[in-house]
Each structure stands twice: as structure tokens, then as C-alpha cells.
Design a protein around this ligand. Structure first.
Ligand SMILES: Nc1ncnc2c1ncn2[C@@H]1O[C@H](COP(=O)(O)OP(=O)(O)OP(=O)(O)O)[C@@H](O)[C@H]1O
Ligand SMILES: [Mg+2]
Length: 558
């Protein structure tokens, strides 16, 4: 899919859509569109039978469909049957197409969410979570209302207009041709004039939606700082401006979609006057055949005018959806492809780092350069050094969260790649520098992702010094990101979570950073007493921790 093809109208949109939808989603979508198409053809068929029925009713002559003569009963039965069948197909198609299209849309959001969760750590650090939420919760669904639903309706309504139009052309060629010319010119004019504007309106809307998510996420994540720095007004103003922007562009979009309808009303008014004049002249009234064709014309017109307008509205919607489709297609292009997982042998001897180097994206100098290290089973290693020297980066590399630019982590002779990361992570427990808590209770936070075992839970809570809390570990919600707890409590819950699972490697980033001296000592006593042959890696500035570790690695600093 090239960028050029995306900016083209429908073929580009279909190419982008094809890339976004899974093969299953794509085939469901096509079946939904085909169902809509069938419904439209049935509807046109039932309409076509009005002509012989009207002729029959008005003239009392034997009715005929083309050269075939038909009886009154069979004609009435055929009309009713076809009408009811058309109605049934339409009801089924309506439900089926909507349900399928929506499930394809929500399926796209779900698929993108799974892909986003699977992206490497370095990818996540380059994306704001609000930007991702906008894409998953707004853009992926808006794509349905702006692109896939209108595209399906366009096909069905196009088929209906074509069938009914052909019928009208047979009945009244001149009038139909004139009416079609006026209508098509009317719509084409507005479409040509508003096309660019519609695309620009959606681009502004997308931007404002992203800004709303961004402002609300930033402000609510940092509510304390917002209050203390008196930023409430600034954030509410920016949020309100983005909302206002969305409302304004929504209004402009409605105007452009409704403009042709207003023009059409004027045209219809002119038709009505002409029709009345014709009736007044009395010539048409004397001719039942002419009257019956006029009836068909009126019935078809009744059907066609709103559908003709919807056809335009759907085309306009597709045009508006182009920037959204571009945004989603660009996003999917930027995702890292899923990797085939590879197994890592169980750690029996330990692991080594072989000449590992790493430079953060956008950083001028490498954070780690040619670092080699060997860590044996049952040992403890303190990783220390000035702030910004790369301690957390190093353990992210050891944990397989980021891949080194050069060199590798080696486990039992296997040099780890991104494909090994999921299996490797199953062999380690990691408490980050700022553990993230989920809004459940302590027990839920500690045991999350693992089988529940009360003995292991008690042990983990004990080592992490969580056995003397002023509230129960079970049933007391910790709040979003642990906001209802103290900093040291959040840290200890993070530690307990790492200690709960049995794994040969335990990685703790600044475990005593938020703990008082007494609690830190207690925690270290319990941790090392329970170590066994676990490899313990601890990032720390704390001399008490350094003095207890068997090995020390000092990073030089930036
Ligand atoms: N995602 C990132 N993108 C770009 N640069 C980063 C990223 N994460 C860290 N850095 C930079 O890499 C360097 C090392 O950061 P790191 O977090 O590893 O330091 P640290 O030794 O753990 O420091 P501290 O003791 O303050 O926690 C710093 O200069 C930091 O700004
Ligand atoms: Mg750090």
C-alpha cells in the first residue's frame, strides 16, 4: 500500500481498509455489504411490479409483465409476496449488516489493542498513552460510521437507485433523463465544492479528539501537581477549546451534508408546480395509462429522492473518513510485526552479558557501552552508579524489555533476541523503580497474573514488610495507581508482587528508595534469609544494600 494510493478516493480507501481489517473481518464485511445489496435489489423488484398493478387497477384491462399476460389474483399475490420477501430481506439485512459492521469495527479496536500491548517497551516510550487511547477508543470506531457503514450503504443504495432509475427511464425517458441530470449536477457541484472542506473538517476533529484525551489524561494523572501549581484553569480552558473545536466542525460537516437537500427541495418544488399545471390542463387525467405511469414515477421518485440524498451523504462521509483512514493505516504501518516466540533453557548456571551496548532513541551518547558481566546461580548483584548512569536501562535489557543495539544477554549458551523475551520473562520476577498498581486490593495486586496460593502470599507479604498495615490486605481498594496508599506502601506491594512468584531470577529496582531505615533493614534481612539459589539483582544507591550483595557493578555515569 503506497501513501499515494491512500490519498486517492475510493480505491485508496479500500486498499487502506484491506490493510486494517483481518481476513476474517474483511470477509464478514463483504458479506454484510452483499446482504445490503440483495435487500436493495428485492426492494427495486417489488417497486417494478407497481406498474402492471397500477395499469390493471386503473384500466380494468388484463395486466401484463412485458409480453406475458397475468391474472389479477396472481399479480396481487406476486406483488404481496415480493413485497413481504423484500421487507423480510431488508429487516434481516439491516440487522445483519449493522451487527457485522459494528463487530468488525470493535474487532479492529480489539485487534489493535492486542497489537499495542505486544509492542516493545521502546515503542511505548515513544507514544503517549492518550494518543493510543484516542486511536483505540475513538478513531477505530469512528472509522465504522465514516467509512465502512457508508461504503455498504453506498453499494446498496447505488444498486437501488440504478434499478429504480432504469425502470423510470423505461416509463418516462425524457423526464427521467432531465431529472437525473438536474440531480446529478446538483450533487456533483456540492460534492466538488465541499470535498476538500470535508476532509479538512475531519482532520481538525481527529486532532481535537486527540487533544481532549491528552489534556484529560495529563491533568487527571497529575491531579495533585495540577492543584498545587494552579493549572486547573489552563487545563479546563484547553479541554473546552478542543470540545468547542469538535462542535464547530460537527456543525460545518452537517451543513455540507445537508446543503444539497435544500437545493433539491427547490428543484422538487419546481417539479410539483409543473405536475399541477399538467393536471390542470386535463390532458393527463383523461389517459389512464399516462396516469399510471405518473403514479410509478411518483412512487419511484418518493423512493429515489431520499435515497439519492443518502447516496450523497454516504459519499460525503467517505470523503470525510479519508484522514481517519490515513491515520489508522499509518499507525498500523508503524507497528512492529508480531514475533514467533522462541524457548529459553531453564537457568541452571546463571546468565552473562556479552559486550552489551545501548543508546536510547534520540540520545546523543550511548547509555551502556560494551558491558560484559557474569552472574551465577544463587548470587546477588548490586548495580549502582549516579542518577542517569543507565542502571534501570541495564535491568530492562536483562529482563528482555529492551534489546541491546550490540552484544547480548546469554542464558545457558543461548543469545537472547526479542523472540526469546516472553519465555525469558517467565523465568524472572521484576519490581520496577515505580511499581504500577491496579485498582484492586493488595492481595489482588500481589497475586495478579499468577495462581492463588495463600502460603506464598503470606511469605511475600512478610518479606515485603506488609504484615503490619492499618487496613486489611484483602478487600481494601488501593485506588488508581495506588493513590490511596503511601509511597512506601506502593513500593512494598510492588516488592511483594515480585516475591510472590517462584522464579530463578529476582530483579529489584531501588527497593529501599521509599522505605525508612528500620523497614529497609527488616526487608533486607528477610529477603536475603529467603534467597536460596535465586539470583538477586538489585539496583540501588543504598550502602546498606550494596554491603549485603555478593557482587557489585558500578556504572560510570553519563
Ligand atoms: N525511554 C527513554 N528514552 C530516551 N532516553 C531515556 C529513556 N529512558 C531513560 N533514558 C535516558 O537514559 C539514561 C539512563 O537512564 P536510566 O533510567 O537507566 O538511569 P538510572 O541509572 O536508572 O537513573 P536513576 O538512578 O535516576 O534511576 C538517562 O540519561 C535517561 O534520560
Ligand atoms: Mg533508575
Amino acid at each position: 500500500m503506497t501513501k499515494g494510493s491512500r490519498s486517492a478516493a475510493m480505491p485508496g480507501q479500500i486498499a487502506s481498509l484491506k490493510a486494517l481489517l483481518s481476513p476474517r473481518g474483511w470477509s464478514s464485511q463483504i458479506s454484510a455489504w452483499i446482504a445490503g445489496l440483495f435487500a436493495a435489489i428485492f426492494e427495486a423488484g417489488s417497486l417494478a411490479l407497481i406498474l402492471p398493478l397500477a395499469t390493471f387497477v386503473l384500466s380494468a384491462e388484463p395486466a401484463a409483465i412485458g409480453p406475458i399476460a397475468v391474472s389479477r389474483e396472481s399479480l396481487v399475490a406476486a406483488v404481496i409476496l415480493l413485497y413481504v420477501a423484500g421487507l423480510a430481506v431488508r429487516v434481516f439485512a439491516l440487522r445483519f449488516t449493522m451487527k457485522t459492521t459494528l463487530s468488525v469495527g470493535y474487532g479492529l479496536a480489539a485487534r489493535l489493542f492486542a497489537r499495542v500491548l505486544d509492542q516493545p517497551q521502546t515503542w511505548h516510550t515513544r507514544h503517549h498513552s492518550a494518543e493510543l487511547r484516542t486511536l483505540l477508543l475513538h478513531d477505530a470506531q469512528e472509522l465504522m460510521s465514516l467509512v465502512t457503514i457508508p461504503l455498504g450503504r453506498l453499494l446498496a443504495q447505488g444498486a437501488l437507485v440504478l434499478c429504480v432509475g432504469t425502470l423510470m427511464l423505461v416509463v418516462r425517458p425524457v423526464e427521467t433523463a432531465v431529472a437525473a441530470l438536474v440531480l446529478v449536477t446538483c450533487y456533483a457541484l456540492v460534492f466538488a465544492l465541499s470535498g476538500q472542506r470535508l476532509t479538512a473538517i475531519t482532520a481538525t476533529q481527529i486532532q481535537n479528539h486527540a487533544l481532549r484525551h491528552r489534556y484529560s489524561t495529563d491533568a487527571l494523572n497529575a491531579i495533585r501537581e495540577v492543584r498545587l501549581s494552579r493549572l486547573e484553569t489552563e487545563f479546563s480552558r484547553s479541554f473546552a477549546a478542543a470540545c468547542e473545536g469538535i462542535a464547530a466542525s460537527g456543525g460545518a460537516r452537517t451543513l455540507f451534508s445537508e446543503l444539497p437537500r435544500l437545493m433539491l427541495e427547490a428543484v422538487l418544488f419546481a417539479f410539483l408546480i409543473t405536475f399541477m399545471l399538467l393536471l390542470a390542463s386535463g390532458r393527463e387525467a383523461q389517459d389512464p395509462a399516462a396516469l399510471s405511469t405518473l403514479m410509478v414515477f411518483a412512487a419511484a421518485g418518493l423512493k429515489l429522492f431520499p435515497i439519492g440524498h443518502m447516496l450523497y451523504a454516504n459519499l460525503a462521509s467517505l470523503r470525510s473518513g479519508q484522514p481517519l483512514l490515513d491515520k489508522l493505516a499509518r499507525f498500523v504501518d508503524g507497528l512492529e510485526p508480531p514475533l514467533e516466540p522462541a524457548p529459553v533453557p531453564p537457568v541452571t548456571n546463571g546468565f552473562t552479558l556479552d559486550a552489551v551496548s545501548f543508546t536510547h532513541h534520540g540520545s546523543a551518547a550511548p547509555t551502556l557501552r560494551d558491558l560484559s558481566l557474569s552472574v551465577g546461580r544463587g548470587t546477588s548483584l548490586a548495580i549502582t552508579g549516579p542518577s542517569g548512569s543507565g542502571k534501570s536501562t541495564l535491568i530492562d535489557i536483562i529482563a528482555g524489555l529492551i534489546m541491546p543495539d550490540a552484544g547480548a544477554v546469554e542464558v545457558e549458551g543461548v543469545r537472547l533476541t526479542a523472540r526469546h523475551a516472553p519465555d525469558w520473562q517467565g523465568q524472572l520476577r521484576y519490581c520496577p523503580q515505580k511499581p504500577a498498581l491496579f485498582d484492586t486490593d493488595i492481595v489482588g495486586n500481589v497475586t495478579i497474573g499468577a495462581d492463588f496460593d495463600r502460603d506464598r502470599l503470606q511469605r511475600a507479604l512478610h518479606i515485603a514488610c506488609l504484615d503490619d498495615l492499618p487496613f486489611p490486605a484483602e478487600g481494601h481498594p488501593v485506588g488508581e495507581l495506588g493513590r490511596r496508599l503511601s509511597g512506601g506502601q506502593v513500593q512494598r506491594i510492588g516488592l511483594a508482587r515480585a516475591l510472590y512468584g517462584a522464579a530463578p531470577i529476582l530483579i529489584l529496582d531501588e527497593p529501599t528508595g521509599n522505605l525508612d531505615a528500620r523497614t529497609a533493614e527488616r526487608f533486607l534481612d528477610r529477603l536475603f534469609a529467603a534467597q536460596g539459589d535465586t539470583i538477586v539483582l538489585i539496583v540501588t544507591h543504598d550502602p546498606r544494600v550494596i554491603s549485603r550483595c555478593a557482587q557489585v557493578l558500578e556504572l560510570d555515569g553519563p
